[in-house]
Structure formats: C-alpha cells, structure tokens
Design a protein around this ligand. Structure first.
Ligand code: P6P
Length: 333
C-alpha cells in the first residue's frame, strides 16, 4: 500500500476543523471538539444501525407519536439520546433542539460557559430504516446568545444566515460526514477499523446545472398548478433523471456531487410543505450555498427565513443554481 503522509493524506475530522482556522484559537479548539462530538454521535448511530435485525431497538417503532404527529421509530429515540449524551459534560453546548423533542433540551451546567446551540434531526428518512436503505442525521451549529433557559428564542428563532456551521451524516453504503463552518464544504468517510472520519474531499462545488430532479411525484395532484407545470416541463425535456430516495440527506448528497434539484413544495392544505426549517432545510441550505448552489422557499432564500416556531416548516427547492433558477421561473412567473 502507498505510504500515507500524515497531515496530508490522513486528515481526521477534528484535525480538519483546526486546519480551517490556521490559528489555534479558543474558537478553533471549541469547534474542533464540537465537531468531534458530532462525529462520536455519528459513529455510535452507525454502529447501532449495522446491528439492524440482530440487536434490540434498531428496527420497528416505540409505539409513541412525536410532536410531528409521526410514529416514533426506535432509531429516532435512540439517535436523539445519542446526540444528547454526546454533548452533556462537554461544556460546549447549552441548548439542543431536535425534531424528536417538543421543547429544547437545556443543559444548565453548560450554560454559563456554553458557547453554542445545536439543532439536529437525529434520524432523517426514518421510513427507510426497516428496509435497510440510506438515512441521515442533519445538524446546525449556532452561537449561543441566550445564557439562560429563557434565552431560547434568542438562540433558536433566528435566520439561517446566523448559523456558524452545518452538515449531515449519511448512513449509506459507507458512513460519510459532510460539513461546513462557512469556509467551504468538506467530506469525510468513517473508517470503522480506527473509528475516525477521514477526509476524502475538500471544497466541494455543486455543478451549476444537473439532469437529476428529486421529488415525490405521488403528490402531483396536491401541488399548486405552477409546480405541476414545472414537472410537465421536466418530463418533456429529454435527458432528465428522476431520483427520490425518501431520505432528504441521501437525495441532497447525490445532488451535491452530481448536480440537479430537490423539491419539496407546499401542497393544497399544507402550504408550508413537510420539511422543517431549523434542523432540515436551513442547515442543508447553508451547506449547498457554501458549495455554490441555491436554496429557496420559492419566494425567499431559505437562509433569510426567520421562523416563528421551533418546528416551523417551509417548502424547499434546493440544488444547482441554474436548476433552482428554472424552478423559480415557474413558481414566480
Ligand atoms: P415524503 C423523511 O420523512 C423526510 O423528512 C425527508 O427525509 C424526506 O425527504 C421526506 O420526508 C420524504 O417525504 O412525503 O416524500 O415521503
């Protein structure tokens, strides 16, 4: 095997975060430790998933219904707790907000010295778990501004432009972590034999245009007419390919590397669509904009939306800048 040059060919996630800052500042060490904890959560979840069908509480449901009105899968509850455990005794994060928790989780002992707020979707695409298809975790890192429990709105109900970092973990044929701290988008593969996420691509740029469109066409007759017109236009145009996995992270990962557009529009009776702003659309919009792409609600950049509630939804159109522009031309004729 060819010689590995330490520091060039072998860059762990924590090392890479430090290298992003060029100085060994307190902030650099904080964010390196924080990303290391996210990596720990990802490794723990990946290991549990690898035991599907063999260990308890991987497949199947808990019998509860979450704040979204959806059946709670065993993995949803397990993964949510893994993130919470990863940040207790960390001194880094005062408050965590998750798709699986109605209210934010507040860690008082971290708050006076805490500096960050973490929002996350612990398992995105959980309908894929029981059929062994790709799923993900999505995370968004914000500066902590409120230094007590009441500071919730300060820390959470803010525009996506205030995110200081975001990314996802994709539990697929391999486990990958993709993140940005506002200095480009970088991708890592988990090497389970050493338990480290190793850098495999830096400064990823999304193609300006792509032939993939990713949308659940089963909702066709629930869409507004402009959205139907767009999909009819795509059907008539030669060379387009439909890819839709049921897991947002997997569909976005494909589009990040190959170009194209993911669409989750509003529907009659559900004008805001299904996806959550703060821990699904906003972190992915941060990442895709860092990679040179676009993300919009159809009328506004996702990153400019200021939510009224923690679990606010918005429509999402995200991907290659030219593809998103065509979508907007149909939605705002
Ligand atoms: P639909 C999974 O439940 C999820 O939140 C995303 O991961 C995924 O893109 C979307 O919902 C799938 O929703 O309505 O097409 O099944």
């Amino acid at each position: 095997a060819e010689e590995i040059v330490l520091g060039r060919d072998f860059m762990t996630l924590s090392q890479h975060v430090l290298s992003q800052f060029g100085t060994f500042s307190a902030e650099a060490y904080d964010l390196s430790a924080l990303m290391g904890r996210i990596g720990l959560a990802g490794k723990t979840i990946a290991r549990h998933l690898s035991r599907a069908g063999l260990a308890e509480n991987v497949l199947g449901v808990t019998g509860e219904i979450n704040v979204q009105g959806e059946a709670v899968k065993n993995m949803d509850r397990y993964a949510n707790r893994v993130f919470l455990r990863a940040f207790e005794q960390s001194g880094l994060v005062c408050r965590l907000a998750s798709e699986e928790m109605e209210e934010p989780y507040y860690i008082p002992e971290n708050c006076p010295i805490g500096r960050y707020t973490l929002l996350y979707d612990p398992i995105d695409g959980s309908s894929n778990i029981d059929v062994n298809l790709a799923i993900g975790s999505i995370f968004s890192i914000r500066q902590q501004e409120g230094n007590d429990e009441a500071g919730e709105a300060l820390d959470l109900l803010q525009s996506g432009r205030k995110q200081i970092g975001a990314g996802y973990i994709l539990y697929g044929t391999s486990t990958m972590l993709v993140y940005s701290l506002g200095k480009g988008v970088h991708a890592f593969t988990l090497d389970p034999s050493i338990g480290e996420f190793i850098l495999f691509q830096e400064n990823i740029h999304i193609p300006a245009n792509g032939s993939i469109y990713s949308v659940n066409e089963g909702n066709f007759w629930q869409w507004e007419e402009p959205m139907r017109e767009y999909v009819r236009y795509i059907h008539r145009q030669a060379g387009n390919t439909a890819r839709y996995s049921g897991a947002l992270v997997a569909d976005i990962h494909r589009i990040l590397f190959q170009g194209g557009v993911f669409l989750y529009p509003g529907m009659v009776g559900h004008e805001d669509g299904k996806l959550r702003l703060l821990y699904e659309s906003a972190p992915l919009a941060f990442l895709i904009e860092q990679a040179g792409g676009r993300a919009t609600t159809g009328t506004q950049d996702i990153l400019d939306v200021i939510p009224k509630k923690l679990h606010s939804r918005t429509p999402l159109f995200i991907g290659s800048s030219e593809n998103v522009k065509v979508v907007e031309s149909f939605l705002n004729p």
